[in-house]
Ligand binder design. Sequence first.
Ligand code: ZN
Ligand code: ZN
Length: 342
Amino acid sequence: MKAFVIGKDGKKFIREVEKPEIKHPKDVLVKVKSAGICGTDLHIYKGEHPMAVGQDRIPGHEFSGEVVAVGAEVKNLKPGDRVVHEPIAYCGECYACTHGQPNVCRNLKVTGCNIDGGWQEFYCAPERQWHKIPDWVTWTEAACVEPYTIGGQVCSQADVQAGDVVLIHGDGPIGLICGDTAKHLGATVIISGHRAGRLQLAKEIGMDYAVNSRETDLKTLVNELTDGEGVNVILDCVGLGRIMDDNLDMLSPAGRFVPVAVAPFTINNPTNILAKQLKIVGSRLQNKQFAPVIARYALYKDSIDRLVTDTFAFEDSDEAFQYNLARHPETGKVVILFDGKE
Ligand SMILES: [Zn+2]
Ligand SMILES: [Zn+2]
């Protein structure tokens, strides 16, 4: 079978690899149908991802497919079922695992990062890492389940509630997906970005405000929109560490800040944290978000159909990566279809 490989020497190629097979009674073998390109994949592609550097890697953690074979102890899946992959495997024994947070397991294996991912025709993983999707979900849409679990995790960590006002730095797919998730939780969402095409997209998927951060004074805007109260949640999906003090100024008392993208930040005025009892909360990957996201997927369908702007055939994977890296202002999510079509 074929796989798309990002070589440790920087070369990218499709090559023949051994087809995986059921080795454990709980294994499920899946014929891969679609895979979404994520920022993480782009980092791996550029040879910059710390978990993948120095080795040949098959990328892909946002993928779906059809079950073709199951091990003897698999209970809830059978050939023909349509599934999405959950890209984390954990030890079950460390502190995080025994305290309900296996997504930060000490021994975490992340599909497509420190182990090979879904950019191959077949993929074998334990039943626990596959989730069934309804028939009406297209393969293209299925590739967005995993990024929506990230939105679910971020909003859960930020404790987004109905009636909250949420400010999101970033008009990329993760910013918009976090925004869509927050909207469906009943929040008012302000997206701050600087690419006209993306801000337009943000409006089309129902964000309440989509503002150009290069033309707008965010502090003034937040003050006006919230009658001086401040926003209740800020999600930084860009990595704007340099404005951390502004973020803390813009938060309301009891506000929460989640640094979704990684950037160094310094807090010069910690008084805000004490006086307003703010929380700065981490969010990594996702924890038990697949079931709720799939259950609510019909709510997200229209947004997803708008967010995915381009699909490529598996044979054109390298071209798809190059296209995504070119950062065309109109590009949203890019998805690979293994059959070349739905
Ligand atoms: Zn991703
Ligand atoms: Zn663990």
